[in-house]
Design a protein around this ligand. Structure first.
Ligand SMILES: Cc1cc2nc3c(=O)[nH]c(=O)nc-3n(C[C@H](O)[C@H](O)[C@H](O)COP(=O)(O)OP(=O)(O)OC[C@H]3O[C@@H](n4cnc5c(N)ncnc54)[C@H](O)[C@@H]3O)c2cc1C
Length: 396
């Protein structure tokens, strides 16, 4: 990997560095990334140069110790330039949270976190499995250990930017005899794995995530297995961070669509001074939904921050229901907002090649409802609601 320049960009806040990446790089290449369904290499290089891939690593390990709220804001900013790039950034940060929240007790993972910050390594995720689909909490593949080493083979129908990542976090059963839900999370570096491409990624949207299918074969030291059951990692950090950071990306995509719609309405107003353009009402309607999304994401961030004080709170039914509801609501409403932007912009928004185009926004945001199917999440929530009460209080 090319060396990443040392840290002069850190003199500026991460938000300003990300704004630069979003407007000067991501936005410029977004159309080509989408048209050719190619990896947003320029944007990821810029993220590395601005040292944003390691922003969440604690300062004593070479990062900036950025909070989840800061990372969520960075995701939303990048999504306004390129939805696929923002989803790559969000997925990387979700994996980094698992490592930081649950792995830093182990010498191997501490050293690895330091390496991620120093070399700006890109982390991918392999949870989805052939025969299992998006059921995060079950695996078919299993870790086989012998003499301090492990081997693992996974049929992965989707690994976003798998061919471009420096490392992958993989879920698997703890051992060949373990139950399907008795899982671990394994950290494998490029030298530890081979990828055999089994499927392409010619999709409606999120085309730049290059989420191809692979047979993933890996081996390494047993130290690379995060020493905590995956059930706890999922409940205590991964569920919440996934839903919060994905939501931040979808919010950013919807915000960009509304900004284009606003520009369209303003241009119409300039053409006919004194006449309110017909799209203005829809613009107001769209922004009420955008504000509701922002409030939901900020409330989930606050809830997660408060719950972190206790493992019981993080593992509670109420917390899981709230995070599930966040994902289902934001994925649904963000798509509605983009459709409202399309109603405002009309043909100019429907076309791919006008300044008011919301075509890519719409195609990208439609992935939200199936990125772990909303039906699967609602089924999970409905089971939780059978054994819990509604949260009827407006107090914290
Ligand atoms: C842009 C994008 C990037 C992705 N990147 C990655 C990645 O990097 N790594 C990774 O591992 N995965 C990734 N995924 C996969 C994702 O996390 C889900 O696993 C995947 O979207 C689920 O695929 P599926 O719809 O084929 O499977 P399934 O989960 O099997 O669902 C298929 C359909 O069956 C129905 N269904 C299934 N189970 C239930 C249920 N219990 N209740 C009700 N209905 C149900 C739903 O209608 C659902 O749409 C990505 C997905 C997208 C869209």
């Amino acid at each position: 990997m090319a060396a990443v320049a040392e840290a002069s960009p850190l003199l500026e806040p991460a938000s300003r560095r990300m704004q630069r990446v979003a407007t000067e790089v991501a936005q410029r290449h977004a159309g080509d990334v989408d048209a050719r369904a190619r990896f947003p290499a320029e944007t990821v290089t810029a993220l590395k140069q601005e040292r944003l891939l390691g922003a969440m690593v604690p300062a004593h390990l070479g990062g900036e110790g950025a909070s989840l709220a800061e990372i969520a804001d960075l995701c939303a900013t990048l999504a306004q330039g390129c939805g696929s790039s923002a989803m790559v950034f969000a997925m990387h940060q979700i994996k980094l949270t698992s490592l930081i929240s649950h792995g830093l007790g182990s010498e191997w993972h501490r050293a690895f976190a330091r390496e991620i910050a120093a070399r700006q390594l890109l982390i991918a995720s392999s949870t989805t499995e052939a025969g299992i689909g998006g059921d995060l909490r079950n695996s078919i593949c299993a870790v086989e250990t012998e003499g301090g080493r492990f081997r693992l083979v996974k049929e992965a129908p989707v690994i976003s930017y798998g061919a471009h990542a420096d490392t992958i976090l993989v879920t698997a059963r703890k051992g060949p005899e373990a139950a399907s839900s008795d899982q671990v999370l394994v950290c494998v570096r490029k030298a530890d794995y081979t990828l055999e491409r089994t499927g392409g990624w010619d999709t409606l949207g999120m085309r730049g995530t290059c989420s191809e299918g692979f047979k993933l074969s890996c081996e390494g030291s047993v130290e690379q297995i995060i020493p905590k059951p995956f059930s706890e990692i999922a409940a205590q950090s991964m569920l919440a961070t996934s839903h919060i950071l994905w939501s931040s990306v979808w919010f950013g995509i919807a915000t960009d669509a509304m900004a284009r719609a606003q520009a369209f309405v303003r241009a119409a107003a300039r053409r006919q001074p004194g006449v309110t353009p017909p799209g203005a009402l829809r613009l107001a309607e769209g922004t009420t939904k955008l504000h509701a999304l922002k409030a939901l994401i900020k409330s989930a961030l606050a809830r997660f921050e408060a719950a972190k004080a206790s493992e019981d709170a993080l593992s509670s039914i109420g917390f899981a229901v709230e995070m599930n509801n966040l994902k289902v609501t934001v994925s649904t409403v963000a798509a509605e907002v983009v459709q409202t932007a399309l109603m405002i912009t009309g043909i100019a928004g429907y076309k791919n090649d006008t300044p008011f185009s919301v075509a890519r926004n719409l195609r990208d945001v439609l992935s939200a409802a199936i990125m772990i199917s909303n039906d699967r999440i609602l089924t999970n929530t409905s089971n939780l609601l059978l054994v819990s009460r509604f949260d009827s209080s407006l107090a914290d």
